[in-house]
Design a protein around this ligand. Structure first.
Ligand SMILES: NC(=O)c1ccc[n+]([C@@H]2O[C@H](COP(=O)([O-])OP(=O)(O)OC[C@H]3O[C@@H](n4cnc5c(N)ncnc54)[C@H](OP(=O)(O)O)[C@@H]3O)[C@@H](O)[C@H]2O)c1
Length: 396
């Protein structure tokens, strides 16, 4: 061990599943910012062949995984000689344990097998894919107990909370965790003003550039509701001690209130490379300052209560979190189906919450023995959600 922070000279090996998306490409930016510190050993995505090829040419991983097997021949033909290609979900899962750190940057419930493979192999999981922890909590929490396994959150709010809770603070000292939310593109609008909003408007996030699914989730505040469940699962804090506050500048990424009235917060400009780098470098820190604040120009930090009458997804998610068991899996599946239908123009924005509510109402709680039970619950919930989409059509 050498250096100011006592870290090893040997590069940390990294697998990135979902390397072609918003988080995945930014994870590669982080690696590129400190190339002697990290070595990419595996990359994987669903079907973005051209981007995977250019990433593989630059970062020279040993293995590249592609979910859509029909794209494998084109991928294999263009990769640097000696790069192994693996395919299908099994292929994506097989690359997770290859790195000491696994970045799960897959979008949606499809990320569950990657989360489980990383934890069951005793790896550090840099978790962007919140859906796997939320929907798969009963099995993910078991896998998390594997020796060596740990989750370092990549979501900026949970990364902030993780930083505020460091330094050996005891859970008894914590009064509340306060998650901040930008409020999304529709902050301040009434229900009437939200009638007929378009996909383009929902995708115009004021402070973050992200993939389409999470951007729509931010517009409904479902993203914040999912993050409340994520905070409960990550930090073991009960729902009565989890709060949400709107903070339009996205500079305060979340806060911990302590029992004596002190609040500790983490601030930085909105740049996902900071939380990604935190998870890659943990317990050390990156030397490259992504998101550092210029205090000479920062003028104001505003806070307001979320409008829970308009953005009902927030309460729907908190209720599912409190119900526990498979309710978050049904919530998540309902939301994924509703958001996909909205992006395809099959339902209006206002129908997203209704589809989710219909789906959660049908939730079947059964004991969860293994991941198969969660996958079956997700399948059944998607069926219900599809029926709700067909019923609601373009009415909302
Ligand atoms: N973007 C952000 O700033 C941000 C912030 C906080 C948390 N997150 C979370 O990070 C995760 C990724 O979000 P994103 O915005 O980066 O999404 P994104 O830009 O849509 O990228 C998704 C990635 O997942 C891959 N993928 C798609 N379907 C898949 C499947 N069925 N199986 C395996 N891989 C699949 C995609 O591959 P192809 O390109 O080949 O389709 C792509 O690499 C989400 O859980 C999101 O909530 C994102």
């Amino acid at each position: 061990m050498t250096g100011r922070q006592g870290r090893s000279q040997r590069p940390v090996t990294v697998s990135i599943v979902g390397s072609t998306g918003s988080i995945g490409t930014q994870a590669l930016d982080v690696v590129n910012s400190e190339p002697d510190r990290f070595k990419v050993v595996a990359l994987g995505a669903w079907r973005s062949v051209d981007l995977l090829v250019s990433q593989a040419r630059q970062f020279r991983p040993d293995v590249v995984a592609i979910g859509d097997a029909s794209a494998a021949p084109a991928l294999a033909a263009a990769l640097p000689p000696g790069t192994e290609v693996v395919t299908g979900i099994e292929g994506l899962v097989s690359i997770a344990p290859l790195g000491e750190v696994v970045v799960n940057a897959v979008v949606g419930f499809a990320g569950l097998p990657v989360t489980l493979a990383a934890l069951e192999a005793g790896r550090r999981l840099a978790l962007a894919n919140k859906e796997s922890l939320i929907a798969g909590a009963p099995v993910v929490q078991r896998a998390r107990r594997t020796p060596g396994a740990e989750i370092i959150p990549v979501d900026s709010e949970h990364c902030a909370l993780h930083q505020c809770l460091r330094a050996g603070r005891s859970p008894d000292e914590v009064a509340r965790l306060v998650l901040t939310a930008s409020g999304g593109p529709f902050r301040g609008r009434t229900r009437a003003e939200l009638q007929g909003v378009t996909v383009e408007e929902a995708l115009a996030h004021p402070t973050w550039r992200m993939g389409p699914k999470i951007t729509v989730d931010s517009s409904t505040l479902m993203n914040k509701g999912l993050e409340v469940i994520e905070a409960h699962e990550l930090f073991g804090v009960e729902y009565d001690r989890l709060a949400v506050i709107i903070h339009p500048q996205s500079v305060v990424h979340s806060m911990v209130e302590f029992t004596d009235g002190a609040t500790v917060a983490q601030l930085s400009n909105p740049d996902m490379r900071l939380p990604i780098g935190y998870a890659l470098a943990y317990p050390d820190r990156l030397q490259h300052p992504f998101g550092a604040i210029d205090w000479a120009t920062l003028r104001r930090l505003d806070f307001e209560q979320p409008d829970r009458d308009v953005f009902v997804c927030l309460d729907l998610a908190e209720q599912a979190g409190r119900a526990g068991g498979l309710a978050p899996a049904w919530l998540n599946a309902g939301n994924e189906v509703a958001v996909a239908a909205f992006l395809e123009g099959r339902v209006g924005w206002g129908a997203i919450a209704s589809v989710v509510a219909d789906t959660v109402d049908a939730c079947e709680q059964i004991p969860v023995a293994d991941a198969g039970d969660v996958i079956e619950a997700d399948r059944r919930a998607r069926e219900r959600a599809e029926q709700a989409v067909r019923r609601r059509g373009l009415a909302a």
